[in-house]
Design a protein around this ligand. Structure first.
Ligand code: ATP
Length: 599
């Protein structure tokens, strides 16, 4: 406010210099009617200028005063700019962190439906729009309004009629700016959407670049991106064209206003109703009032854009935080490894029928249970229920006697570990990837190595040039599928969890490694409860019990020996896989024999 207010004094100095000082310097130019008008310059300033005796000295003091005023204004402008930036940046920072934290706490089901690109856009460019609004547009509106008010007051004090004439175009220019920016708002929105589509395509392409390369599909991808990029450029071009029309036509209106002011000012001055100095002051006032006014229309329209962004951020923030939503009295029982399913059913919100139906089974601490079944039979869903990624619709799941729904989610996930079907590795070193789940600040190397040894990946890692320091590319692309799975297993093992679920997480390792991992796990602890979801009969057959799922129901359950003779589905799988495995082993040993013979 200070900066804006003091700005309106500057034309008063011009007026004083012309009307009072020039007259002293060159008295012969003094024509009564022109110079006898009072100056509106505050008395304090006048006194300072009048310290000088001669006209030249007064001029010198005026320049010094103007300089001091400008320096003070510059300091205040700096403080204003800085505090606006600090304030808006701190708001943006808080919003970013809040949104990021909230996204972390949204449910698994939210994330399975959400679009990554869209969430990124909300967390970055939408927040930036709000930041610009708070840091630049909002202060700009206040600045323009203050400037307009203060200037209006100064002008009215000098000459009322001249004031109205000088501001005749203000309502027009403001309305013109408002209507113009309102009209092109749709172009702004389309530009934002086309930018969003372009970045989503880019993100999707980079994520799936290996598939693109593998199918030599680059041309199609390039064409797709090219058309999106063109659309974006066309929209930008439309904005540039519209803005060019706007600036030039509003310039014309402003020019008209300046001409009107000059003509009216000259008339008043010649007729002795306005001093020469005040005439100059008026011209100065209108120039610095008219340019911001035409900005105001734009800023007001930008409000719309910012409110769209705020709504988009708010939309995410209003999604339910899965932890906050839990009751305060959630339990944190001692979890040792006993699991009991009783008539458990589960249906996805958007599904027509239940994915799991009346599932009942028991697992004692230290037992290994294998779950097999056709794809889509509900195996992963069953595992997801155990870590409370979803809550069962009916029935009961008890973990060491406590109803799972009553156990604190974080507590449950800290005691029941799941190694997901598609393990995700972060683009950090292998060491960091394995240690990432540990609650300890600093993982001991020994613990990491031990976990990697059990997961049968230690030797593979040592074979890498940089060993444990090897950086796994984004999502672990520099590792083979089997290595990735084993790193994911090691990552879970550092946690020392009593119940472990392998959701088909041994599928990419060979049978031998699969066996050695299972043996190492058995050696490490007899108490570890394991649920192994698998398509491989050789993995399932060693379990204490095997559950065969069919269309979400338990079709068969028992040990390998029980099922191999006395079942429908398991027996069939055994016959198919057993014979293939037999053939494989036979041909393998035959080749080995031939090799040996050759030697
Ligand atoms: N988030 C979801 N929303 C709606 N339906 C889902 C969702 N996730 C899975 N399903 C459906 O639930 C059924 C069971 O899926 P699930 O992943 O549990 O099967 P699965 O036995 O693990 O299969 P696979 O062996 O192929 O991994 C499938 O028909 C699947 O389409």
């Amino acid at each position: 406010m200070f900066v804006t207010y003091t700005r309106t004094f500057i034309p008063l100095f011009y007026q004083y210099a012309i009307d009072k000082i020039l007259a002293d310097l060159k008295p012969e130019t003094k024509a009564d009617a022109i110079l006898d008008h009072e100056s509106s310059l505050p008395a304090l300033f006048k006194d300072f200028i009048n310290i000088g005796d001669s006209g030249l000295q007064k001029l010198l003091f005026l320049v010094i005063l103007l300089l001091i005023l400008q320096v003070i204004r510059a300091v205040f402008m700096f403080i204003r700019g800085r505090s606006n930036a600090v304030f808006s940046e701190s708001i943006a920072y808080k919003m970013r962190v809040k949104l990021y934290d909230h996204i972390q706490n949204l449910s698994y089901s939210y994330h399975t439906h959400a679009e990554t690109g869209d969430l990124i856009q909300r967390s970055t460019s939408d927040i930036d729009t709000v930041r610009r609004f708070v840091g630049m547009q909002l202060p700009e509106v206040f600045r323009i309004l203050f400037l307009f008010t203060f200037t209006l007051i100064q002008m009215l004090r000098i000459h009322v009629a001249m004031t109205f004439i000088s501001l005749i175009v203000v309502p027009f220019i403001f309305t013109f700016a408002y209507i113009f920016f309102k009209r092109i708002q749709s172009v702004f929105t389309e530009t934002e959407e086309s930018e969003g589509k372009m970045s989503t395509a880019l993100q999707e392409n980079l994520t799936g670049i290996r598939v693109v390369k593998a199918f030599a599909n680059e041309k199609h991808e390039i064409n797709k991106f090219d058309s999106l990029s063109r659309k974006y450029s066309d929209n930008i071009q439309r904005i540039i064209n519209s803005m060019a029309v706007y600036w030039s036509s509003s310039d014309l209106i402003i020019f008209f206003q300046i001409i009107t002011t000059i003509v009216a000012g000259a008339y008043f001055t010649i007729n002795g109703m306005l001093s020469l100095g005040n005439f100059v002051a008026f011209i100065s006032y209108i120039t610095f009032i008219l340019w911001p006014i035409r900005q105001l229309g734009r800023v007001i329209v930008d409000f719309g854009k910012s409110s769209v962004s705020l709504n988009r951020i708010e939309e995410v923030l209003s999604e339910e935080d899965e932890y906050e939503h839990e009751a305060n009295n959630m339990k944190t029982p001692d979890i040792r490894g006993k699991v009991e399913f009783r008539n458990v059913s589960f249906q996805f919100d958007d599904a027509n029928e239940p994915t799991l139906k009346n599932v009942s089974f028991k697992i004692n601490q230290g037992e290994t249970i294998a779950v097999i079944g056709k794809t889509g039979s509900g195996k992963s869903t069953l595992a997801h229920l155990l870590v409370r990624l979803y809550d069962y619709t009916s029935g009961s799941i008890k973990i060491d006697g406590t109803e799972l729904r009553e156990i604190d989610k974080k507590w449950a996930r800290n005691h029941i570990g799941i190694i997901l079907q598609e393990p995700f590795l972060f683009s950090r070193s292998i060491f960091e990837n394995i240690g990432i789940l540990s609650d300890k600040d600093k993982m001991l190397e020994e613990e990491i190595y031990q976990a990697a040894q059990i997961a049968s990946v230690h030797n593979d890692i040592l074979d890498f040039e940089e060993g444990y320091k090897t950086l796994v590319g984004e999502r672990g692309v520099t590792l083979s599928g089997g290595q990735k799975q084993r790193v994911a297993i090691a990552r879970m093992l550092v946690k020392n969890i009593p119940i472990l679920i392998f959701d088909d997480s041994l599928s990419a390792v060979d049978t031998e490694t699969d066996l050695s991992i299972r043996n190492a796990l058995k050696q490490r602890s007899d108490d570890l409860t394991k649920i192994i979801i698998t398509h491989r009969i050789s993995t399932a057959m060693e379990a204490d019990r095997i559950i065969v799922l069919e269309d979400g129901e338990i079709a068969e359950m028992g040990s390998h020996d029980e099922l191999v003779n006395n079942s429908r589905i398991y027996k069939k799988i055994w016959e198919i896989q057993g014979s293939v495995q037999g053939d494989f082993n036979q041909s393998f040993s035959k080749e080995e024999g031939e090799d040996n013979d050759a030697k």
